[in-house]
Design a protein around this ligand. Structure first.
Ligand code: THU
Length: 149
């Protein structure tokens, strides 16, 4: 267990992952500047390359719930769901490159350097970072604006 409630929400979300191929369940919890929370989990597909990550899933839900421009923090947790239905093991799950790009988009919209908390399955090991640290010199909406018209 973690003492950060957002990490606990991400762990809870991971239990609703659909990951029959990798058997690696990931959950993500996005928090708004006002404390609202949107959840997501990875959802795989028999056509393997069509699977989507937990972070993208949660950001899509956040867009509906409160808007990408109000995202403040995101927690990610992953591991294996055991026979007892609990998420355990593995090291902290840091967002893949594509997910960093998606988080960067939200950060660029809000001007907030979104905090990213990565957790292992049981919430006992976490890494706290920010999107600008995880994706330095990123390309986002502001880059397009800089190009002029
Ligand atoms: N996965 C995520 O959901 N988020 C990440 O940032 C890393 C990877 C998922 C994708 C796939 O369903 C499984 O974890 C194994 O790669």
């Amino acid at each position: 267990m973690s003492n950060d409630p957002l990490v606990e929400r991400a762990r809870e979300a991971a239990l609703k992952a659909y990951a029959p191929y990798s058997r690696f369940s990931v959950g993500a919890a996005v928090e708004s500047v006002d404390g609202e929370i949107a959840l997501g989990a990875n959802m795989e597909n028999a056509c393997y390359r069509l699977g989507i990550c937990a972070e993208i899933s949660a950001l899509t839900a956040a867009r509906q719930a409160f808007g990408l421009d109000r995202v403040k923090r995101i927690a990610v947790a992953g591991g294996h769901v055991g026979a007892d239905g609990r998420l355990t093991g593995a090291g902290p799950v840091t967002p893949c490159g594509g997910c960093r790009q998606a988080i960067y988009e939200a950060a660029d919209l809000s001007g907030i350097d979104i905090e990213v908390i990565s957790s292992n399955g049981d919430g006992t090991e976490t890494i706290a970072s920010t999107i600008r640290t995880l994706l330095p010199h990123g390309f986002g909406p502001a880059s397009l604006a800089d190009a002029g018209d």
